[in-house]
Design a protein around this ligand. Structure first.
Ligand code: ADE
Length: 230
């Protein structure tokens, strides 16, 4: 079985590539994909570039072109739930698009006909994450992740996302990846380590902590691989 490991930015997959003794580089659909074998597991690794469109393209390519049968996303997020501090891990139980808005036609935020507000992540992969957390003596919070094409750095926008979706963290790719995986019947898992709290100083915090938080997330994902049936 081939497993996809995805990030949005180079820094989110660099710690994964670093752990591999060798990999093959393939250019496809205006992006670079890395094929490797890790402890007997076939991997396809890529960063999509930021946002819902690029992440949709990459997730779809990993499944439909490269034949991946499970997808793990590793990266960073802005924390909303005050219990989440910089470097803390959050596992998405379900995700939504906070900027999908046809409320003008009486629909709820995040909903379009034919779709659903929330997309649920794979329960088995979440159980594996809990197992890994136990092994490492680490706390990993489960929660709702809100995705949108916007770097949020405003308490009011954050409050609005909580009001509509009761989200715990926000980022820019998870829900679109989830929708692709759900539609193609591929189990998916979204892990994020907190880089900022999406307030006025979020961009400074992001610049300071993005790389270290990306490493925390990537290392956890690599530990999960050993427990995934392949
Ligand atoms: N990823 C990390 N921090 C973020 C933020 N504040 N907004 C959107 N995506 C993020």
């Amino acid at each position: 079985m081939k497993i996809a490991i995805m990030g949005a930015m180079p820094e989110e997959i660099a710690p994964i590539l670093k752990k591999l003794s060798q990999y093959k580089t393939i250019d496809y659909a205006d992006n670079t994909y890395y094929e490797a074998s890790y402890k007997g597991i076939d991997l396809v690794i890529a960063y999509s570039k930021i946002g819902k469109v690029f992440s949709t393209l990459t997730a779809s390519t990993m499944i439909q072109h490269f034949g991946c049968e499970k997808l793990l996303f590793s990266g960073v997020a802005g924390g909303i739930n005050p219990s989440l501090k910089i470097g803390d891990l959050i596992v998405a139980t379900k995700l939504l698009q906070h900027d999908l808005d046809i409320t003008a036609f009486g629909h709820p935020m995040g909903f379009v006909p034919g779709g659903s507000v929330f997309v649920q992540a794979d329960k088995e992969l979440i159980e594996i994450a809990k197992d890994v957390a136990k092994d490492l003596g680490k706390t990993v919070q489960e929660g709702v992740i809100a995705t949108g094409d916007q770097f949020v750095h405003d308490a009011k926008i954050k409050e609005n996302i909580v009001k509509h979706f009761n989200a715990d963290a926000l980022e820019m790719e998870g829900a679109s990846v989830g929708v692709v995986c759900k539609s193609l019947d591929v189990p998916f898992f979204i892990l994020r380590a907190i880089s900022d709290t999406a307030d006025t100083d979020a961009s400074f915090s992001f610049d300071e902590f993005m790389e270290s938080s990306a490493i925390i997330s990537a290392e956890f994902i690599m530990k999960m691989l050993e427990k995934i049936e392949h």
